[in-house]
Design a protein around this ligand. Structure first.
Ligand code: A3D
Length: 307
């Protein structure tokens, strides 16, 4: 029976856990440092099984020993930025959390794949990879699926074309540094530039970049978790079922796109071995420039964690 552990039983972690058991993908262990929270949430989700009709088990714990034999560990542990906290404070704090979580993954689930969700995403994926010492295909970050999904939602709303008839790819770092590939965006088979006016398209790209912030502003406390959990579970599904789908994910680059030793969003073939292949698309000079700028931001942020 496949087993997935989810570290962090907050908004994203508990939704990831719920979606995994509801989709009958795997048994789940939910781990958090706060006593009672993972146990309570797991019990609550379990009690929906007779109504939802799933038969997978879910358990909550504060003990990392429970993640033993996991096929995949999804990492959602971390702090959200609080008032008065600088971006650097947040990076250092989440960096400490991810180092501690990664040491526990290495100790208790040394054969697992890791799907990183904690922000700043690309930096935390790289930190986890370094701390666990896992092969680079075994750590993948979730971001591009979410950014692409948001982009497609807005394109669908603008054109009234159903989302499943829209193709798009978003690369680069998660958030402000994302790089949507306009030449790979098609609305019902037609290049997006032929369907949407330049100014409107630029506004949609900007709204996608600010996608997380727009939700934070509306919620007032906390940040997005329904769409982020869907995206993380898509990766879990691909790994467990060896789907070999091409998904935009944060993966380790060793020369692809002219970038070395950095986790960044690129199209990745995701299957049983994790990030099985990095797909190199032909980029315009401007997109290449933006991707490299995005990589520089990620590399500078990694230095902060290493201080
Ligand atoms: P939240 O609801 O605050 O949950 C975080 C959980 O982590 C809390 O339950 C904490 O108790 C727990 N935690 C803290 N430290 C530890 C630790 N050392 N070990 C185990 N658990 C710990 O946040 P959330 O669920 O909304 O978000 C979680 C993370 O995901 C944040 O860093 C978000 O920024 C990030 N996130 C990323 C995306 C991407 O697209 C990349 C989207 C949404 C959220």
């Amino acid at each position: 029976m496949p087993k997935v552990s989810v570290i962090g039983a907050g908004n994203v972690g508990s939704e990831v856990a719920r979606r995994i058991v509801e989709k009958d993908l795997a048994d789940v262990v939910l781990v958090d440092i706060v006593e009672g929270v993972p146990q309570g949430k797991a019990l609550d989700i379990l009690q929906s099984a007779p109504v939802e009709g799933f038969d997978k088990k879910i358990e909550g714990s504060n003990d990392y020993a429970m993640i033993q034999d996991s096929d995949i560990v999804v990492v959602t542990a971390g702090l959200a930025r609080k008032p008065g906290m600088t971006r650097e404070d947040l990076v250092m704090k989440n960096g400490q959390i991810i180092k501690e979580v990664s040491k526990n993954i290495k100790k208790h689930a040394p054969k697992s794949m890791v799907v990183m969700v904690t922000n700043p995403l690309d930096v935390m994926a790289q930190l986890c990879w370094k701390t666990t010492g896992f092969e680079n295909n075994r750590v993948i970050g979730m971001a591009g699926i979410l950014d692409t999904s948001r982009f497609i939602c807005f394109l669908s709303a603008e054109t009234k074309v159903p989302a499943d008839k829209i193709e798009a790819v978003v690369l680069g770092g998660h958030g402000d540094a994302m790089v949507p590939l306009i030449d790979y965006t098609f609305i019902d088979g037609r290049p997006v530039k032929e369907v949407i006016a330049e100014e409107t398209l630029a506004a949609i790209v900007q709204r996608t970049r600010d996608g997380g912030a727009e939700i934070v502003k509306l919620l007032k406390t906390g940040s997005a978790y329904y769409a982020p959990s869907s995206s993380a579970v898509e990766m879990v599904d691909c790994i467990l079922n060896d789907n070999k789908k091409i998904l935009p994910c944060s993966a380790y680059l060793k020369g692809q796109y002219g970038l070395l030793d950095v986790f960044i969003g690129v199209p990745v073939k995701v299957g049983a071995s994790g990030a099985e292949e990095i797909i190199e698309l032909k980029l315009t000079d401007e997109e290449k420039h933006e991707l490299h700028r995005s990589a520089r931001v990620i590399k500078d942020t990694i230095l902060l964690c290493e201080k």
